[in-house]
Design a protein around this ligand. Structure first.
Ligand code: FAD
Ligand code: EPU
Length: 349
């Protein structure tokens, strides 16, 4: 059965599958590639229908806000965006509030909602782009907080059985920028909602970097001032994808054995190191890249951001391949100089 035949056969049921769609507005790198088919599912029925009918016909991919993806070529298959909305309070007592958030809810809209409702737990994660359904995938983190600290469970559609499954926090195997959704369950599920436990009596967590100083400028410690301070710091450091295409940190900060760290530290006194466990420590990838001379460098339309070397940017019409080539040159040079292999955080397609 040909690709075209399958599409025509089922298209009569799903008129909203768009063909030859430019993905430029759908990815924060602003890479101009096309998807052969693109479908935005507005509810669970549409999502289930389109995946049940098309999943085996051609390559498919689930996409949220496109803020952690680098497309290196056209996608000759179907992209499905689960645009499932809704924030519902499941349980509310004097201490906690259990909230279910649809996968298609913009993450920062949810953070804003939580702060307005005086519910603590995710204020440090303000202004991270993307959808709430993606928050467990790489266990988003910033300013000393991670999504795993507040996720109760994750609801997903299993693409083998087409059953809805609820997976609890410990079973998600969360780690630094990691979870089961990036390993055993990769391409096998669609996350449809996430349940969070937020707190009426938040414990503020303001030790990271200059967060405390930013809050002191505002005179009072509230969820709102933490959110405002985080937003202010992020805006001063990170490029706004609307004006300069990027996907946040391109690489993860490498987690390295302590004896290697100690050896490097002897040669590089000022290398920033963050303890992870008795045996391991995290090294700042931004620092490693800056030491190799890449900060602010540009090759064609691809470049390294001049205020944060961990962020690769699209200066105009860069192709995904150009950005990827630059990333590989950077990681080769870091390996040559420090013997450390950088791992990409961004999903390369
Ligand atoms: P997408 O990029 O659309 O998808 C990411 C991956 O998840 C893909 O593999 C996709 O197939 C899969 N996926 C998406 N939705 C689903 C679903 N419902 N079910 C199954 N699979 C799915 N990240 C941080 O952790 N901390 C930061 O501080 C941070 N800062 C950033 C700053 C900027 C300026 C930018 C552009 C990005 C930043 N990021 C950060 C990265 C990014 O915002 C997060 O990884 C975010 O969670 C990605 O969400 P998304 O909806 O855009 O996912
Ligand atoms: N640094 C440099 N040069 C640089 C960049 C950083 O020397 O060009 C050093 C500095 O010493 C700085 C330290 O690295 O103090 C840490 O930098 P920063 O606070 O900017 O954080 P990061 O480690 O570069 C991580 C996350 C970000 C998250 C911030 C804040 C990863 C891969 N990145 O960046 O997440 O917002 O901390 O918590 O863990 C993302 O994942 O996309 C992302 C943006």
């Amino acid at each position: 059965m040909s690709f075209e035949y399958i599409c025509c056969r089922t298209k009569s049921n799903m008129t909203d599958i768009k063909e030859n769609v430019s993905l430029k507005p759908y990815n924060t790198f602003g890479i101009d590639v096309k998807a052969r088919y693109f479908f935005r599912a507005n509810n669970q029925e549409e999502l289930r229908f389109v995946l049940e009918n098309h999943r085996d016909c051609f390559p498919f991919m689930i996409m949220g806000g496109g803020s952690n993806i680098l497309f290196t070529r056209d996608f000759n298959g179907l992209i499905v965006q689960p645009d499932l909305k809704g924030i519902s309070i499941l349980e509310n007592d004097s201490e906690h509030c259990r909230v279910e958030v649809g996968a298609g809810v913009n993450w920062d809209d949810f953070v804003s909602w939580s702060v307005e409702n005086n519910l603590g737990g995710i204020e440090n994660l303000s202004l991270i782009p993307g959808s709430s359904g993606s928050s467990p995938i790489q266990n988003i983190g910033a300013y000393g907080a991670e999504a795993k600290d507040v996720i109760k469970n994750v609801k997903y559609l299993d693409l083998e059985s087409f059953e809805t499954v609820i997976i609890s926090n410990p079973d998600c195997k969360f780690g630094y920028r990691d979870s089961i959704f990036k390993t055993q369950l990769k391409n096998r599920v669609v996350i449809t909602s996430v349940v969070f436990i937020l707190s009426h009596n938040p414990e503020f967590n303001i030790k990271y970097g200059n967060l405390q100083k930013e809050i002191e400028k505002r005179g009072v410690l509230t969820l709102k001032t933490v959110r405002d301070a985080v937003i202010n710091i992020r805006r001063s450091k990170l490029p706004d994808p609307k004006s300069l295409g990027n996907a946040g940190s391109f690489f993860k900060n490498p987690v390295v054995e302590k004896d290697i760290v100690n050896k490097l530290k002897k040669q590089n006194e000022f290398m920033p190191v963050f303890p992870v466990s008795e045996e391991q420590a995290k090294i700042s990838a931004g620092w490693l890249i800056e030491q190799c001379g890449w900060k602010g460098k540009r090759t064609g339309n691809a470049g390294v951001y001049d205020k944060q070397a961990l962020i690769l940017v699209n200066h105009g019409n860069a192709s995904g391949a150009e950005i990827y080539d630059l990333a590989m040159k950077i990681s080769d040079s870091v390996f040559e100089r420090f013997g450390i292999k950088l791992e990409t955080e961004v999903n390369i397609v």
